[in-house]
Write a protein that binds this ligand. Structure first.
Ligand SMILES: Cc1ncc(COP(=O)(O)O)c(C=O)c1O
Length: 505
């Protein structure tokens, strides 16, 4: 059933309306029609202000005489459910009696009592959404609509349209050194889908133990837990994942962020990269390379993807969530050939493929060079912000260390051990600054308190302001006595507050 939003202007016929009249229904046609429309109003499918189809059109749609519809509308008007005015047709009235479905929606939309939105939100998640290249996207989208064959609007390959996979293959080879053919690429709805497809395919193949970096993305951890795999925490050090520790687990699969470790931000060293691919060969294992934000590199040293070292063992996942917008839900999975068939089947069974028009639009953006130009502009934009926050933090909180800012859109601020992470996060929130503590990102106890600062969405002036408020929060947190029961680091994993998607996104 489709109906226009309340207040929309009337036309001669009115919108489509799903009216179910059971053939074996009890009662007269008039009565069944009345009950069907009344039911739609009560359960919220027809909110106040919705315009009903004209009696002529609805009668024709239902194959009943017009008089039946006129009578049913008149009865509903008499009951106060609808009103009819010449020129505006029959409109659902606001009876004030809220039906449960609408009440539920309102409850969800209402802000939680007492909650205040942060003035400066530095939690990781979306990039600066105001940079979305609306004009370029609209132009590419128009070009696609003008030239796309009708057949392409049908079911296209569930693993992605060929032209986008060709562009991705060329782009990933050029920018990330990825070694692949378009046929090994699946277009997915983002890194999240890429990882969940892999986890399910591996699980079905008997890989029940999966290693993750400690620390790592806490939302991803929750997602993995839902797929029934045993998650093993493997520490990272300044060179990235500690491969010797990985080798001590029974795992045959590991998810890593070698290009820009989340959240610590280091780049995995060359020695560790070869150790990791050697481990995969020896263990008959799979490395899942989460390449979520590495196109934003600010220093001269370029580092390619681990995938290039072992295309048969490494699955690389990436998306446009940081370069364009997470709302597009567009990403890629470069599959090791051995997993390709199962991944394609799983993707097909899940959703029959990713939105075709958007795939073509992204392909067009890549084809015209606009995507590259956009990323190049963004790199400068974010580098300015990165420089502002690093300078400001150094000035405002000299006894902390900012780490991992050679790439991406966030840094890790290590706090002195005298500061309690929770106390600091709360003190910052009281000053209108939202930051994310690292504790939920460790499966084990964090070695040192710290917070992630995502600077991408905030202007340099506001970043300077944020740093000054964080300085005040640090001063408050250092003088505060740790809450009874100890610091977070002393609590057991089970006691820790589980992080939620809201924390992260
Ligand atoms: C470590 C990591 N991987 C992946 C993503 C992106 O996920 P998706 O492509 O599903 O939007 C994020 C999002 O911020 C992230 O932090």
């Amino acid at each position: 059933m489709a109906h226009p939003p309340p207040g929309s202007t009337s036309g001669s016929t009115g919108p489509d309306l799903l009216v179910l009249l059971a053939a074996d229904g009890k009662g007269s046609l008039r009565r069944r029609l009345r009950e069907s429309v009344r039911g739609a109003i009560r359960d919220g499918r027809l909110p106040p202000g919705s315009r009903l189809p004209s009696s002529r059109v609805l009668a024709a749609d239902l194959g009943v005489s017009r008089g039946v519809v006129v009578d049913a509308y008149a009865q509903l008007a008499a009951e106060g459910f609808v009103s009819s005015r010449p020129g505006s047709g029959t409109v659902v009235t606001d009876t004030g009696a809220q039906h449960p479905a609408r009440a539920a929606k309102l409850l969800i939309a209402a802000p939680a009592a007492g909650s205040t939105a942060a003035e400066i939100d530095l939690r990781p998640g979306p990039p600066d959404l105001s940079t979305f290249p609306r004009a370029a996207w609209a132009k590419a989208s128009r070009d696609v609509l003008r030239t796309l064959a009708d057949a392409e609007l049908g079911y296209t390959p569930p693993w992605g349209v060929e032209v986008l996979r060709e562009h991705l293959s060329e782009y990933l080879a050029r920018v990330r050194g990825v070694m692949t053919e378009p046929s090994n690429i699946l277009v997915v709805t983002g890194v999240t889908q890429g990882i969940t497809l892999l986890v399910r395919v591996l699980h079905a193949a008997g890989v029940l133990d999966l290693a993750v970096e400690a620390p790592s993305n806490s939302v991803q951890r929750q997602v993995l837990a839902r797929y029934g795999v045993r998650v093993w925490d493997v520490p990272v050090d300044k060179d990235g994942l500690v491969v010797e520790a990985l080798a001590r687990t029974p795992c045959r699969a590991v998810i890593v962020t070698p290009g820009h470790q989340f959240p610590c931000g280091m780049v995995m060293s060359a020695v560790r990269r070869s150790a990791l691919t050697r481990w995969a060969e020896e263990r008959d294992g799979v490395v899942v390379e989460d390449d979520y934000d590495t196109v934003f590199r600010y220093d001269k040293q370029q580092i390619g993807a681990v995938q290039a070292l072992s295309p048969g063992r490494v699955a690389l996942v990436g998306s446009v969530s940081k370069t364009l917008a997470p709302g597009l839900r567009l990403g890629w999975l470069v599959s090791p050939p051995g997993l390709l068939t199962e991944l394609r089947t799983t993707k097909r069974d899940d959703d029959f493929g990713t939105n075709t028009l958007e795939q073509y639009t992204l392909a067009r953006l890549m084809d015209t060079g606009e995507y590259d130009r956009h990323v190049r502009r963004l790199r400068k934009h974010y580098q300015r912000r990165r420089d502002s926050i690093v300078d400001a933090l150094e000035h405002e909180i000299p006894d902390t260390t900012a780490e991992g800012y050679t790439a991406g859109l966030h840094l890790l601020l290590r706090l002195p051990t005298t500061i309690n992470e929770d106390t600091f996060v709360t003190a910052a929130a009281r000053r209108g600054v939202a930051v994310l503590g690292t504790a939920p990102m460790y499966g084990t106890q964090p070695p040192q308190p710290g917070v992630v600062i995502a600077y991408g969405r905030t202007s340099p002036a506001m970043l300077a302001e944020a740093a000054s408020r964080l300085g005040a929060a640090a001063a408050e947190a250092s003088s505060a006595t740790p809450p009874t029961g100890s610091t977070r680091a002393e609590r057991s994993t089970d006691e820790r507050r589980p992080s939620t998607a809201v924390d992260y996104f």
